[in-house]
Design a protein. Structure first.
Length: 278
């Protein structure tokens, strides 16, 4: 224990940076080879290295000699066999910027893909006049609401969202709960708003959207089954007749605020007086 304490006590800032760089490199290598044939090969090499060390420790000289020479020749063979993977890895390194700039770009690209898939699904549902209710979780957790439906935990894709809301399918009547870039659950039940001033022309789907928007900071997207109108509920207010561009801006701002520190967070309010039916 004392030796471990002495090691940590003698560590410098540069040692921490050194370890962090090595950990980051190993992480990126793992992400590159994950779910490829190279992953299985690496596992095999690790097993051979362990056996080689055990044979050395046990003084199995013939086994150790064979394994050591096999590993030497194997490295040359690996370069030849996995030439395409190595080239792709080097191209990946050459294309990408270093550390934080790259991480920020990757996050922005992932965000843009998520918003594109979400808006594409909503616009398609609107065009076909298929009712939909999509709840985007923000700071207030929605686990209780998600537990009333069927857990999905899948990546957001327009095809999956559209299929969920196709009429006469098991989950089409409920709402979809989205947490960051994942579809958390579908077929969920939302509390209805008790607001008596809501227009009588709005049905249960809009009342449910306002209900959860009154009880949480969730952003709720509604597609009317009767007219195909796209609406958004946020902070207990409903904004109707959104188009694809406006919806994209609304979602992007909601996601952006979600990623900001709490002290920098500003409450987003959509001025629904500016969005009127043409």
């Amino acid at each position: 224990m004392d030796s471990i304490i002495n090691i940590f006590a003698s560590m410098r800032i540069m040692d921490v940076i050194d370890i962090a760089i090595v950990a980051y490199v190993f992480y990126k290598i793992f992400m590159l080879i994950r779910e490829t044939r190279a992953e299985q090969l690496i596992k095999g090499l690790v097993v051979l290295l362990v056996i080689m060390k055990l044979s050395e420790w046990a003084k199995l000289y013939v086994v150790h000699f064979i394994l050591m020479n096999t590993m030497t020749l194997g490295l040359i063979a690996l370069i030849i066999v996995f030439q395409p993977e190595l080239r792709r890895a080097l191209e990946y390194i050459g294309r990408n910027k270093i550390f934080f700039a790259k991480m920020a770009e990757e996050q922005e690209e992932a965000l843009n893909r998520t918003i594109h898939e979400l808006v594409s699904a909503v616009v398609s549902l609107s065009r076909e006049q298929i009712g939909a209710l999509i709840v985007m979780e923000r700071q207030t957790g929605l686990n209780e609401i998600a537990s009333t439906g069927v857990k999905i935990d899948a990546e957001i894709t327009s095809g999956l969202l559209i299929n969920i809301f196709i009429p006469n399918t098991p989950l089409h009547d409920g709402s979809v709960i989205i947490r960051k870039d994942r579809i958390l659950a579908a077929g969920c039940f939302l509390p209805l708003s008790a607001n008596q001033t809501i227009s009588k022309e709005l049905g249960t789907r809009h009342r449910a959207a306002l209900g959860i928007a009154e009880q949480s900071d969730a952003l709720v997207i509604i597609v009317s089954e009767e007219t195909g109108t796209i609406s958004v509920a946020l902070n207990g207010k409903l904004s109707r007749y959104l188009d694809a561009n406006t919806l994209t801006s609304v979602i992007k701002k909601a996601y952006s605020e979600e990623e900001q520190p709490a002290i920098m967070k500003r409450r987003w309010r959509l001025n629904h007086e500016l969005i009127k039916k043409n």
